[in-house]
Design a protein around this ligand. Structure first.
Ligand SMILES: *Cc1c(COP(=O)(O)O)cnc(C)c1O
Length: 368
């Protein structure tokens, strides 16, 4: 047979992930509030570790492969959270853990459930594995446990739930997450994505549930509150058989020694986390109030962003354009089926004031 090489149809069906925009034409400085990054950046401990590694004798050791078993990083994670290091797996962001889970557990014809406005990578990773992503309706932008359970079929292999959820910012109470886990067949893997758990005081994101159940996995990341989105480190905590399966397909040497060392240093910097959580909560509460006062609909957010909903998609587009004209990049939500909404990452208090001022100008201009 002749013809060009053809990727699998399931691969051709994927629309690639588009990250938050970082630049505006003609502007040297922008306020990027499109990717839920920590406005404070990484903590001093992580920066010092990075400097120590790339400074001094830069280049030394670059010919050596890194530790492939991530033993020190896993031990540091396990120490901090009181976990069994043997059941921690580290990846290139939690995105890699999500992808490994899909590849290990879902194949052609299998179903992967997620709530309607769940993180896009669930859908993309399911498709990449050849599986069928199933979006389950929510109730007022909150995951609906009854609907999720009703959507389970004999082909369901995985259920992804981010709690708090991106991009809605909403959260399921722990009792509801337990009800979901109780109602699922034990053959379905429940993945609790904890990308934003550190923003919720005293919440472990379900790590204790992993200890008690054979089919619950938790994923975590250094990209959000740790301020290390550029480092690309995430991890998962799972029952031993799941760790065994993921370990068989995880690429060896997926994390450089630099990534591992900076992540370890970040774990030791609790003060930076506490400060980031406190400042985020204060600025988020202020921005939520300011936007509601302008007549926008804003759910209570438990993460480091808010979802502002406008009367119609055109109003969201006008607001987005006004923000861009002022050098501020927000995130349009068309890809999430929320064309009337903008997701706004919580920056510093000053950043939030700038956003509120720009959006106030747009709504005032509408009446005239
Ligand atoms: C940001 C985010 C992630 C983390 O991605 P990384 O690959 O760890 O940078 C995972 N899940 C959700 C819901 C997120 O918003």
């Amino acid at each position: 047979m002749n013809g060009l090489p053809q990727p699998k149809p399931s691969v051709q069906a994927i629309a690639p992930y588009v990250g938050g925009q970082a630049k505006l034409a003609g502007r040297a400085e922008v306020l990027k509030l499109s990717s839920n990054e920590n406005p404070l950046g990484p903590g001093p401990g992580a920066i010092a570790a990075f400097r120590a590694l790339v400074g001094g004798n830069a280049g030394a050791g670059l010919h050596r492969y890194p530790s492939s078993d991530h033993a020190r990083l896993r031990a540091a994670i396990a120490d901090l959270h009181g976990l069994d290091a043997a059941r921690v797996i580290c990846g290139v962001g939690s995105d890699e853990i999500i992808a490994l889970l899909c590849h290990a557990y879902a194949g052609e014809g299998d179903e992967v459930l997620h709530s309607a406005h769940g993180f896009l990578m669930y859908r993309l990773s399911a498709l990449a594995a050849g599986a069928v992503p199933v979006a389950v309706p929510e109730r007022d932008r909150v995951a609906d446990v009854d609907a999720l359970l009703a959507a389970v079929t004999p082909r369901t292999k995985l259920l992804f739930l981010a709690n708090p959820n991106n991009p809605t910012g909403t959260m399921l109470p722990e009792a509801e997450v337990v009800r979901l886990a109780d109602g699922l067949p034990s053959s379905v893997l429940l993945v609790l994505d904890g990308a934003y758990v550190e923003y919720v005081e005293g919440f472990d994101g379900g790590l204790a549930m992993v200890e008690a159940r054979p089919n619950v996995v938790v994923t975590r990341t250094f990209s959000k509150i740790y301020g290390l989105g550029g480092l690309r480190v995430g991890w998962g905590y799972a029952p031993a058989p799941v760790i065994d399966a993921l370990g068989r397909i995880r690429p060896p040497f997926n994390l450089s020694d630099l990534q591992q060392a900076v992540a370890i240093a970040a774990l030791g910097d609790q003060a930076h986390l506490d400060r980031s959580r406190a400042e985020n909560a204060q600025a988020r509460d202020w921005l939520t109030g300011a936007l509601r006062a302008q007549g926008l609909a804003v759910d209570e957010s438990h993460g480091n962003f808010v979802l502002a909903r406008f009367a119609e998609p055109e109003a969201a587009i006008r607001a987005d354009q006004a923000a861009r004209a002022a050098g501020i990049i927000l995130r349009r939500m068309d890809g999430y089926g929320l064309p009337e909404a903008l997701r706004i990452t919580i920056g510093t208090m000053e950043d939030c004031r700038r956003v509120a001022d720009v959006l106030a100008g747009v709504s005032e201009g509408q009446g005239t």
